[in-house]
Design a protein around this ligand. Sequence first.
Ligand code: HEC
Ligand code: HEC
Length: 374
Amino acid sequence: MTDTSTKYIKVWDRFVRIFHWTLVLLISIAAISGFLLRPTWINLHVLAGSLVALLLIARIVWGVLGSENARFTSFVKGPTEVFKHIREIRSKTAARHLGHNPLGALMIIALLGTIFWLTLTGVSTLGGIFKTGPFGFATSFQFGSLSFSIHSVLAYFLLFLIVMHLAGAAYESWRTRENLVKSIINGKKESREGDHHATERRPRPILSSFLIAGLVGALIWAAIWLTAKPPFGVPVATPNPVYQEECSACHIAYPPSLLPAHNWGNLMAGLSDHFGEDASLSQATVDEITTWLFQNASDSVDTKPAHVFSRVNPESPFAITQTPFWKNTHRAIPDAVFTRPPIYDNGNCVACHSDAESGAFYPANISIPKETTQ
Ligand code: HEC
Ligand code: HEC
């Protein structure tokens, strides 16, 4: 006799399933752009991360007001229950949970918690290191660097959790002879005797929708409002027409925030032999430019370039392109790229960094131009 009597019950509502697979997609995009792609993909990474944050808000609301198996109070269990479940698995007496079992629930909390801290440290990395995003107005480079370290560790930890989550789902599928991947796609599980059912509570979809829309709207509004504030540690340099005029004849007028005052001082003192060129100027002009360079030098600026280029190469202390950071970051670019038109020279930062004049050098603003005919 074929078994036509198998009954299915709805376990995962539509919200939970859409949440699950959207999260899978967004985390994949964030992981690929974060681990594998060049930093020039940062906008995609930030977009994926921001959407993850919004998705988390929706999940938290639904975890309070959603259908039974979506609710935190229905699956989050204390250590007693977790250990009991482990003992029951070992003695092969564990009942099947239609929703998350106590161990699975632990994993959900670990995943959601890790993802929450990933989005938060992502925003403070963006703020501290790149002076943009909602925390850009208040976060120092140092704090951004610390955030980035935590962000990286958490990213690897999340990969580990995902592997464990997949292993757990595979094990539970094997243990209960039921394809759990299928059930998070169609939302159904076979109804069997002895299943561990949770008491049904009524979902509140309309209230949830309003709450989610309100919270998401408020967060987006706050993010836009905060992002518009002036960035921390980035004083607005009043452009100096003399500098612009005298120092842009042979190369771009380098943003003063790229070198420390000390180096600018020495560079300005040796203009008669300036990288093999005579770039001499009258003493009055030298003084005026030097004063302005001092005021806007990297010492008082908190951007990433100001920090990374302050470690100069002692053999060539004025050349930005000779700093360890510059050489390292541009190592993968063949020398021939720098000499071909329209770039001509590695000091021609603006050819590839559209925001070079401001000193920002945001990775999303990098693009190597195609070769042109002279
Ligand atoms: C006569 C042409 C000329 C003028 C004028 C000139 N420079 Fe230069 N500058 C050069 C050359 C050539 C180099 C070396 C470029 C290279 O090696 O890539 C250079 C390199 C530099 C570098 C290092 C850039 C790098 O590649 O790391 C800085 C900083 C710099 N100049 C600042 C200035 C300042 C400030 C002024 C104005 C006072 C100035 N330059 C005026 C020709 C000039
Ligand atoms: C031929 C194009 C090109 C030129 C010219 C160039 N860069 Fe870059 N730069 C790049 C690329 C590409 C990257 C990204 C490297 C990577 O993928 O990690 C980069 C990365 C950087 C970064 C790191 C950005 C970040 O935070 O991830 C800084 C800072 C930087 N460049 C500064 C400079 C400065 C200063 C100059 C001029 C002295 C310059 N670059 C000239 C192509 C160029």
